[in-house]
Ligand binder design. Sequence first.
Ligand code: PLP
Length: 475
Amino acid sequence: MQAEEFRRHGHDLIDWVADYLQGVEAYPVLPDLQPGDVRRRLPAEPPREPEAMETILKDFRTLILPAVTHWNHPRFFAYFPANQSGPSILGELLSAALGVNAMVWQSCPAATELEEVVMDWLRRMIGLPESFRGVIQDTASTATIVALLCARERATDFATNEHGFYARTAAALRVYCSREAHSSVEKGLKAAGFGREHLVPIAVDNELALDPTDLAQKIAADREQGLTPCAVVATVGTTSSTALDPLVPIADLADRHRLWLHVDAALAGSAAILPEKRAMFDGLERADSFVFNPHKWLFTNFDCSAFFCRDPQTLVRTFAIDPEYLRTAFDSGATNLRDWGLALGRRFRALKLWFVLRSYGVEGLQARLREHLGLAQEFMQWVVADPQFELLAPVPLQTICFRHCPPEVAAAGAEALDRHNAALLQRVNATGQLFMTHTRLRERYCLRLSIGQTETRREHVVAAWRLIRDCAQAR
Ligand code: PLP
């Protein structure tokens, strides 16, 4: 593509993106499609001849766009948000334009050092002690695998790195997390060679947070059987209901039994920039590692996962490699981020985070988070005040778990209520007016409304509540 042609399409596309972001509300949040609908409309063979950009962009508009779920939509309330912002998109554009691979310092000094700086800014913003060093991973799932691998190596004196699990004659390594922890912990155990059966589920209390008494008992039982307790994953802000595992008693147990403590606050970590929410992170300074996703709730588009480690030496010892072709004259004085995680190649993700932190400023970020938190409290009060609805979990953050519970359906039993709410969710989402998802808490099917898109304002949450009630009445 010649420079002039790039310039022309680039200008058009930026105009398109600006219009899209401004007008995203006009789209249905969720496309009305069946699996295979998109693929059927696309050719099976790649084009033999070059195609004009006009043709490609036309197909983007007619074939791709109608099949997009609009995560930017202010009435997107599903899963957890993956929000973004203008500054972030611009930073991402520059990262694509530079196209650097920040595997070693020399391969892009700016990428490595900017990453060190913005991660240190984030560390200060969330109140982590100076002993923590940060690195950007692609996702929280990867960060958790990285933490588990560090835990494995520390527990085996780095022998598993050398000899694999085959050579281990010692007892199996055990990892603990609450029943409400994210599935990435289980995936991590599978991928890191622990084996899924060595993930020990810990009971939760009335608020769906990890019960430290049960954790203590499970560790003691493992020890009695000659197994080796290795790591505990605590969650601040569980995926289903944003429950808050109590970090202080968990850190006490981790200290006593020399467990690696990994704290997963994929969504909730952003709230640590709010002084009034810091209490939910008490004890975090005693963790070995911590992850949260600016790509969830800090206006930085996917992917950007902030991983902090209290002892980077363990991290580097776990992952360091040293092939001749990657050696440089700067190796003794520079940070080579290839040794801070699984991937060698690394995108220049720090750029978009830098753009976001600078253009919002800490106060701007705090203001948007507070708005989301306030809206969640309001929504929760509407649920509580309506006798037809039931709140199913505390709301410490921006996600509300609830269900429609009319007496005549409730009288028909638990399964009838589950079916009723699943059908209600289908009806709500089929309108295209909003998108929310569900979960199960204590065996009960719940609707789940998660507030956190960049442009979500009170009017959108009001509209969501009205629509949910209308759909509930129109059954
Ligand atoms: N941990 C928690 C608590 C989550 O809620 C999620 C995703 O929602 C994850 C981990 C996985 O995040 P990622 O998609 O960045 O791997």
